[in-house]
Design a protein around this ligand. Structure first.
Ligand SMILES: [Zn+2]
Length: 281
């Protein structure tokens, strides 16, 4: 059985051009990394933090549940200690003594490093979901996918481009959008979500455009295939495409309710979608 050492993982990161001082916005499937010498989570964290150094920063999504209006769970109150449902990397990062987490009730982010507080500052119930991604891009961050190139949300710069174009607020049907949270005074309040990243199964469509742009680098983190790109370049690619064709990021599934029947910029799919649903029954 091959066990990856911390040094091997670090070498992989450096081969992808990651240097001290880098800011990485990461989406990861750590199950793809393989076995490591030592506890997987410890080896991974040490490798990532060593690669960016004291002056660098790593950021990951730390998203949590929200509910249909009629199904809201009064016990499920977002607070900063709450476990995220967006993967093992964010859980591992939250356990790090130097981690910071933003206060957005559904789309918080976790960050560790020199710019962590600056990037997460002010991201709360009054913010749009992907604001920290925009701040990181402004600070010259790189978008980084570990082991989830085919299955992931894609680069978060796509969601930030959707947000910058106002598309994340163009959800026509928004039934599932509420959760309770505690405000700064500890008072329990209802959060009503106003923006949505939507289905992420169409994010792969941008990959060939990143390759054409020339900014995409590929590599390995253990057994996990990775892609990495300067955030501003990745954002520019997505923004340019989505500006002329907001439907570009939608997936190909004819029965995907999120893509086919919830966006005001995709009304053409509503009727075919409901006809398909009826005939499928
Ligand atoms: Zn979809």
């Amino acid at each position: 059985m091959i066990k990856h050492t911390k040094q091997e993982l670090l070498d992989g990161l450096q081969k992808m051009g990651i240097v001290k001082g880098d800011i990485l916005v990461i989406a990861a499937d750590l199950g793809e990394v393989g076995f490591t010498e030592g506890k997987l989570q410890d080896v991974i964290m040490v490798a990532l933090l060593d690669a960016v150094g004291e002056s660098g920063t790593i950021i990951a999504p730390c998203f949590t549940n929200y509910y249909f209006i009629h199904e809201i769970d009064k016990e499920d109150v977002f607070d900063i200690q709450k476990a995220p449902n967006s993967g093992s990397l964010s859980r591992i990062m939250l356990n790090h003594p130097k981690s910071h987490r933003s206060l957005h009730p559904t789309n918080s982010f976790v960050a560790i490093g020199a710019k962590a507080e600056e990037i997460l500052k002010g991201h709360d119930e009054n913010s749009l979901s992907y604001d920290p991604v925009g701040k990181a891009i402004d600070l010259n961050a790189k978008m980084f996918l570990i082991g989830c190139v085919a299955s992931s949300p894609g680069f978060f710069s796509v969601h930030y481009a959707q947000q910058a174009l106002g598309l994340t607020q163009k959800r026509f049907l928004k039934p599932k959008r509420e959760v309770y949270y505690k405000d700064k005074n500890g008072e329990k309040k209802l959060f009503i979500k106003k923006d949505f990243g939507g289905c992420a199964k169409g994010c792969y469509k941008f990959y060939s455009h990143y390759v054409v742009d020339g900014g995409l680098t590929t590599g390995w983190f253990g057994n996990a295939y990775c892609i990495i790109m300067n955030g501003k370049r990745a954002f520019d690619v997505a923004y340019k495409i989505l500006k002329t064709n907001p439907r570009f990021a939608l997936c190909d599934d004819p029965l995907c309710g999120s893509c086919r029947a919830s966006w005001s910029f995709n009304k053409r799919d509503y009727i075919p979608y409901y006809l398909r649903k009826i005939f499928k029954k």
